[in-house]
Design a binder for this molecule. Structure first.
Ligand SMILES: [Zn+2]
Length: 320
């Protein structure tokens, strides 16, 4: 009898943890998720992850667990296997997640930054399947970037994850939590879009934005802004246009620096690509004349919310 191998992929975010059972060809066989509740502490969080891994692996029947890949909200230290993230996982500082999973399940465990894991997923079985240069931009609450070169993550000094989301586009722009002003993330992410819309309704209380949020400006999020923009609300349209302009400018910079074959766009903001793609195409034509930008394919991600855990599984599969 041929032994069947499966890998567990884990996508650990600031809010939820998702676990998937992945076969060695990138097929997703089962998934489960639960809140991570960082405020309850590291041990409680690890316990929830262990339970979810067991529950998910049970769907494999009699297969053998070949390993576990983790994509976690950064900063992480992939070489030493630590999560070091006081920003979106309060209390998760110097957490040896690789050692803890190895100890618990007795299999090889790998750790990557979540943006890198998602890019690997899209490279393995998604929008950029098999291309030699893939740049991924995830525009959700934050703005994450990753570059996969010949199937390997491009790392910085001492294994650091290059933070493209914090390259500065406007030094006089809004303050970013990183301490700088006008970072790409602070101008074009979902949070940036929501914040600009929330500020805007103070001056334009008649905006459709406010009625879609039941009169509570604090409830205006990216989805509401997108919905109002598609329905022609002028404030929502101007917020989206400004964010699209900055998103496009950042992408033009990326193309100038890396000239990828495929640039994959993912994240909640990309649920309405029609609001952003025209600005991106225009910026590429305008700002990238000396690189072959016309041949860079800008594509929506193919794996949706599962890119991270599929890519995390890939980090193990490629070592089998
Ligand atoms: Zn920043």
């Amino acid at each position: 009898m041929v032994e069947v191998n499966f890998v567990i992929g884990i996508d650990l975010g600031g809010t939820n943890v998702r676990v998937g059972l992945v076969d060695t060809h990138g097929g997703l066989m089962a998934t489960n998720q639960c809140p991570i509740r960082a405020e309850e502490g590291v041990e409680a969080g690890l316990g929830r992850i262990f339970d979810l891994v067991e529950k998910t692996f049970a769907a494999s029947g009699t297969a053998r667990l070949a390993g576990i890949g983790v994509g976690a909200t950064g900063p992480v230290d992939p070489r030493r296997g630590f999560i070091n993230n006081p920003y979106t996982l309060p209390g998760w500082e110097r957490v040896p997640v690789v050692a803890r999973l190895q100890e618990r399940f007795q299999v090889p465990v790998r750790l990557e930054n979540d943006a890198d894991a998602a890019a690997l997923g899209e490279y393995w079985v998604g929008a950029g399947k098999g291309v030699s240069r893939l740049y991924a931009v995830t525009v959700g609450t934050g703005l994450g970037t990753a570059f996969v070169l010949e199937g390997e993550i491009l790392r910085g000094l001492d294994g650091a994850h290059p933070e493209g989301g914090h390259h500065v586009l406007d030094p006089s722009g809004p303050p970013c939590y990183c301490g700088a002003r006008g970072c790409w993330e602070s101008l074009a992410s979902g949070s940036a879009i929501a914040r600009q819309a929330q500020l805007g309704v103070e001056k334009h209380p008649d905006s459709l934005l406010l009625s879609l949020a039941s009169g509570d400006a604090g409830r205006i999020d990216t989805q509401i802004v997108a919905q109002a923009a598609l329905r022609g609300d002028s404030l929502a349209k101007s917020v989206v246009e400004a964010a699209a302009e900055y998103l496009a400018l950042g992408i033009a910079n990326v193309v100038s620096f890396f000239t990828p074959e495929v640039l994959v766009l993912s994240g909640g903001v990309m649920n309405t690509p029609q609001l952003f793609l025209p600005a991106i195409q225009a910026a590429l034509q305008k700002h990238t004349v000396v690189v072959p930008a016309a041949r860079v394919r800008v594509l929506p991600a193919a794996l949706g919310d599962f890119a991270g855990l599929i890519g995390a599984a890939y980090t193990v599969v490629k070592t089998l």
